[in-house]
Ligand binder design. Structure first.
Ligand code: ADP
Length: 263
């Protein structure tokens, strides 16, 4: 009987080993699939603006250059296409750095209220164009010290605030509020009263190149990479990001951040 039970144990182990291997192979295939899909997405995303730019340049060299009005318009559009390409390449560069984990995260204390105010100043013109009011929850006339890489958090907040301007309603509001969260954290919320996001899209928002409305995102100059970068940066700090949204009512993106001890 001892031999029988040994054989039974052995066969269970072999079975477990085989199952583990199968799972590993399945995961590898899945990752390979993601990679292939990502590459396919990149070339697709680059192709559109590249062909646009090429189209305008060809038309210009075919004679449109002689008509001052058309020339200026086409040069302007070609420039916009190049700007889009640069934005995509910059975002891709950031993603590859984040994935290779060679992006240094320099954690230092900083005042997040001051950071938001600075970002609001930079985005004033963009907000005015859509008649969006930028608000900072009223009691924030004093500093709130947090710990993290300020430059990275500037990117996180900028991406979230720009999205709330882009996807908010014309004449709407963007509100940033900062509150205590758990023992030694703060929760930073960026809220808009825009079109919101349907539940089925919410879980996919942070995927690279995922957009709810492709043409709208493109019109607004989006690369579809913004939220995946935001998630990466927040998680690289060991923190969390959440989304709450109701279709047609608005969205709230929030993330946790370490509170500074001497605050
Ligand atoms: P994009 O460059 O397209 O803005 P993001 O990764 O920043 O890419 O966002 C992905 C998608 O999530 C957007 O295309 C948009 O459909 C949706 N989205 C992001 N923020 C909001 C928001 N505040 N309200 C509604 N939809 C949003």
């Amino acid at each position: 009987t001892s031999i029988t039970s040994d054989i039974a144990t052995l066969s269970r182990e072999v079975e477990k080993f085989a199952k583990d291997k199968q799972l590993q192979i399945k995961n590898l295939n899945k990752r390979e699939g993601y990679r292939r899909e990502f590459l396919g997405n990149i070339s697709h995303e680059l192709k559109t603006p590249l062909f646009t730019v090429q189209g305008y340049l060809l038309t210009l060299s075919d004679g449109a250059i002689n008509d001052a009005k058309i020339r200026d318009k086409y040069i302007d559009r070609a420039n916009k296409g190049v700007e889009r390409l640069i934005a995509i390449v910059k975002d891709l560069d950031m993603i590859s750095k984040l994935e290779a984990a060679d992006l240094n995260i320099n954690k230092e204390p900083f005042d997040i209220v001051k950071l938001v105010k600075g970002i609001y100043d930079l985005l004033e013109i963009k907000a005015k164009k859509r008649n969006v009011t930028l608000l900072l929850d009223k009691h924030y006339h004093y500093p709130i010290m947090v710990i993290g890489d300020e430059e990275r958090y500037e990117q996180v907040l900028t991406n979230l605030i720009v999205n709330s301007i882009k996807y908010g309603v014309i004449g709407g509001t963007t509100m940033v509020s900062i509150e205590s969260f758990e023992k030694n954290k703060m929760l930073v919320k960026v809220t808009d009263n825009g079109e919101g996001i349907k539940a089925e899209d919410q879980s996919r928002l942070f995927e690279r190149f995922y957009r709810v409305d492709r043409s709208r995102s493109r019109d607004q100059g989006g690369s579809g990479l913004g939220l995946s970068i935001v998630k990466h940066i927040v998680e690289a700090h060991g923190e969390e990001i959440f989304v709450k949204s109701e279709h047609k009512k608005g969205s709230e993106f929030s993330f946790t951040i370490e509170k500074s001890e001497n605050f």
